[in-house]
Design a protein around this ligand. Sequence first.
Ligand SMILES: NC(=O)c1ccc[n+]([C@@H]2O[C@H](COP(=O)([O-])OP(=O)(O)OC[C@H]3O[C@@H](n4cnc5c(N)ncnc54)[C@H](OP(=O)(O)O)[C@@H]3O)[C@@H](O)[C@H]2O)c1
Length: 87
Amino acid sequence: MTTIGFIGAGNIGSTVAKLAVDAGYDVVVSNSRGPETLADLVAELGPKARADTAAGAAEAGDVVVVTVPLKAYRQVPVEPRKPEEKS
Ligand SMILES: NC(=O)c1ccc[n+]([C@@H]2O[C@H](COP(=O)([O-])OP(=O)(O)OC[C@H]3O[C@@H](n4cnc5c(N)ncnc54)[C@H](OP(=O)(O)O)[C@@H]3O)[C@@H](O)[C@H]2O)c1
């Protein structure tokens, strides 16, 4: 099953994550404060969801959705998404 990683789990990220779970995808959500702060969202999303660091969500996702404020774009972890590292 395809896993969608989410970097940013605010208004947009959490809404798209809910839609993704409803559509049958596994999701990995992340934010700037750490996975422990996403316990309520993970509980709401159910067993197809887990939280990780932003790098962990990038690594886990077959597809990654980034919904951070524009000012934070330089902090988006691109290393796990390099084509040569992800088949
Ligand atoms: N909502 C709208 O209707 C709307 C419309 C047009 C444009 N936008 C733009 O779209 C973007 C997202 O909107 P939103 O409403 O979803 O924003 P939001 O509710 O403020 O959520 C932003 C998310 O990004 C996370 N984040 C911030 N810096 C991060 C970093 N360095 N690494 C990982 N995660 C990080 C935040 O985590 P923490 O809470 O832990 O910091 C939060 O989960 C914003 O730039 C906004 O201006 C939004």
